[in-house]
Structure formats: C-alpha cells, structure tokens
Design a protein around this ligand. Structure first.
Ligand SMILES: Cc1cc2nc3c(=O)[nH]c(=O)nc-3n(C[C@H](O)[C@H](O)[C@H](O)COP(=O)(O)OP(=O)(O)OC[C@H]3O[C@@H](n4cnc5c(N)ncnc54)[C@H](O)[C@@H]3O)c2cc1C
Length: 390
C-alpha cells in the first residue's frame, strides 16, 4: 500500500494544470506519464487561448480561463509567454463572410467582446502584414496565445513545489474497481491504490476506460503543423479562417507556428527519439504553406524549420468529457478536448478540483457528461480509427 491520494494519468496541459490545482488542497498527488510532459497534444498544439469561435457550452470556461491566464505567470511564479494579443478570424470570400457575420452576431449575444470588421483597411490596422485580399474578419481583442512547453513547465514546476510527484516513462495500463469504487491502478512498473484517478491521457483514454467498461466515441483526425525559422515580428493576434482550414500565430522567438484543418489520419503513431510522432504528407504541408502565403504574403520569404502531425481526440459533438464515472467512484475523466483544450485548461483544472471535493462546480458542466454518449452507435469508421490510434 502507499499513501498516494490522487493519480493523474498523463502530463499534458490538462494533467499538469490539474496537478497544480489539486496540490493546493494538500493531497498526495502523483502524475504518471507514458513519455515526457507535453509529448502529445500539448506539445503538438498551436496554443491559441481563445474564447471566440467556441461552442456556447465552452464559453464560460474560456472566459474564466482568460482571467486566470492574465495572472498565470504570477500565480505559478514562472513564465508562460502568454500574450493577450487578440484573435482575428478571416473571411477570404463571400461564403466565408456570411459565416463570420453570423459568428459575431451569435457570440455578441453570449456577451463576448467580439467585433465584425467588414473591410481590409480596418483589418490591416490591427494586423498590417495581412493581405489586402481579406474580405472581412471577426476580432476578439481579449483572446491570445501562450508558449505550450513553457506553460507545461510552469505548471509542473509549481506543482512540484507543492509536493506533486511526476513519474515519466511509465504507462498506466488499467484501473480496477471494487464495489463501484476505484481500487487499484496497474502501471508498467507497479500497482497503486489511490482514492482518485484523473484520466487526462488524451487520445488514449479509451484504452484505460475499457477496464471499467466505458468508452468515449472518438475519431482521431490529424492536423499538420509547420514551423518557420525566426522571422521579423509581423504578427500579434492569432489568425484563424472561417472554414477552419488554417490557424497561425507568431511565437515569442519569431518563428511562425501554422496548423492545417483536420484530415483523416491514415498513418500510424510511431516513436521518434522516444517521443510519439505521426507522419504528415507533402501535400498537406504544401497546402498549409500556400494558404499561409495567401494570408500573409511576406511569409513567402521565410524558411521552413520543422513540421509534424498532431492527433486530435475528437468527440461527435466536439465537446470534451469532464465528468465523474458514476460506476467507479473516484474516477474522473477529462478527455476528448477535440482540438481546443489548451486555452481552457485553467477552467478544467478548477472543475476537476471541485469534483474531487465533491462540490457542485461553479462552472456549468452538464454538456460535458459521459452519459450523453450512452446510446451512441459506434460506426465502422470510428472503430477503425480507434484501432489505429487509441
Ligand atoms: C495541431 C494542434 C493545434 C491545436 N491548437 C489549439 C489551440 O490553438 N488552442 C487550444 O485551446 N487547443 C488547441 N489544440 C488542442 C489542445 O492542444 C489539446 O486539446 C490539449 O493540449 C490536450 O491536452 P491533454 O492534456 O488533454 O492531452 P495531451 O496533451 O495529449 O496529454 C495526454 C498525455 O497522456 C499521456 N498518456 C497517454 N496514455 C497514457 C497512459 N496509459 N499512461 C500514462 N500516460 C499516458 C501522453 O503521453 C500525453 O503526454 C490543438 C491541438 C493540436 C494537435
């Protein structure tokens, strides 16, 4: 037997932020990570911190998170490189313009600070490097971006200061329950008997949920990411496009990080230097580059530094599961962030700490229940994707 109260499976942004949040409760916490912190979604990410363009159910979480992000460096006593430099979502034609207009109307009704810019002059005032061919845009000045690895390190460091143990290169294999309560966790190295287990292991959640006969319907598409060499500072806001086929931001060091839209993943997850890696295609890289240059013409002079594929834990409604597993008391799921979990991590970790304390959460979580998929019929395609990636 050991004295660990909480095991957190996975050291991505959700696992690390939750570790920090729970460490304030005086519990004994251990984070168990199969590789290294940030090995998957939270390392592959674009790391935009946005409220705009989110589903209604996520807006309260995003608003809460933005307040936390503003103070996060001080809270964690460490640099996250968070910058509140806005988010511009662009329309490149008449069709996309209609999407942007509707989005702005709907999100203004939800109380979000977002405006519709109907000409390239107003857009270029905010971001001079953008092409004059852009039709219109939504602009949310309180959105922003952060450095994903700096943020993970900051959470990890603050959690460690509060006594959290991080065990890397160890895989959680299964959970077993007794009388509808969590009993033990088996890893590649040992067996642990915690009171709580927080499942924050992204695309691999179903591998563990299987042991308690639960399953989240997930598709695992791929997003292609390219990174340029250091370029002069020409972009402050995060850029998205109406049809979600591209997003980009300029990192603190001057490199551009640019991501494509979702594609069906036909490759395998491999290991490269001990870290998970998924291959993308020249076609997707080319498509991402050419869309980027259309938006910011100056990018044609940049050199390509790096590229990678990122896998997404996409649920049928593109909303996460943040919930207790009723049939296994002590097991809490925080997975299925569907390609937008980075920005809302502060809210998610706050929710999880309230679930651990058995409190009613201050933020609304009904839309994130596991039970909403109770009668979901897994199609053949989704089954094969799950076999491939998780
Ligand atoms: C290309 C791309 C762009 C994105 N852009 C944005 C954006 O702009 N804004 C935004 O908000 N979100 C964005 N996202 C989504 C966001 O990055 C993710 O939702 C978030 O990082 C997921 O964090 P996580 O902690 O849930 O999962 P992960 O970061 O995937 O962490 C899960 C961890 O669990 C570990 N693990 C898995 N199985 C086990 C096991 N059995 N035992 C132990 N450890 C295990 C893995 O190694 C991994 O480190 C993007 C994602 C991608 C891929």
């Amino acid at each position: 037997m050991n004295a660990i109260d909480v095991v957190i499976v996975g050291a991505g942004i959700i696992g690390c932020s939750t570790a920090y949040e729970l460490s304030k409760l005086g519990l004994n916490i251990e984070v168990i990570e199969k590789h290294e912190p940030g090995a998957m979604g939270s390392g592959w990410t674009l790391a935009g911190v946005r409220q705009s363009g989110r589903h209604d159910a996520e807006i309260p979480l995003a608003k809460y998170s933005v307040k936390v992000w503003s103070d996060l460096n001080d809270i964690l006593d460490c640099e996250t490189n968070y910058k509140q430099e806005g988010n511009l979502r662009l329309a490149r034609n008449n069709y996309e313009d209609k999407i942007i207009k509707k989005l702005v109307e709907e999100q203004q009704k939800k109380g979000l600070e977002i405006e519709y810019l109907n000409n390239s002059k107003d857009i270029q005032e905010i971001c001079p490097s953008l092409s004059s061919k852009i039709f219109s845009a939504s602009y949310c000045p309180t959105d922003g971006h952060a450095d994903p690895i700096d943020t993970l390190r900051a959470y990890e460091k603050a959690a460690k200061k509060n006594g959290v143990i991080f065990s890397n290169n160890e895989e959680v294999l299964k959970i077993s329950s007794k009388k509808n309560k969590i009993n033990s966790i088996t890893t590649t190295k040992r067996k642990i008997y915690p009171k709580y287990c927080i499942l924050a292991n992204g695309i691999f959640c179903n591998k563990i949920l299987e042991s308690v006969e639960k399953k989240i319907p997930l598709e695992i598409p791929i997003v292609t990411v390219i990174q340029t060499e250091i370029t002069s500072k020409i972009l402050k806001p995060v850029i998205g496009v109406a049809n979600a086929s591209l997003a980009m931001r300029q990192e603190n060091n001057g490199c551009f990080r640019i991501s494509s839209g979702f594609q069906e993943c036909t490759g395998n997850l491999k290991l490269k230097n001990g870290m998970p890696y998924v291959e993308t295609t020249l076609n997707e890289i080319q498509n991402t580059i050419s869309q980027s240059i259309d938006i910011i013409p100056e990018l044609k002079n940049s050199s390509l530094k790096s590229f990678w594929g990122g896998l997404i834990d996409l649920t049928p409604d593109a909303l996460p599961v943040i919930d207790n597993v009723i049939e296994c008391e002590g097991l809490i799921i925080a997975c299925g962030f569907s390609g937008h979990g980075f920005g809302i991590a502060p809210a998610v970790s706050n929710i999880i700490s309230e679930l651990v304390l058995n409190k009613k959460t201050k933020l609304p979580i009904d839309s994130f229940s596991l039970n909403r998929f109770q009668n979901y019929i897994f199609s053949k395609k989704e089954k094969s994707d799950l076999t491939l990636h998780g």
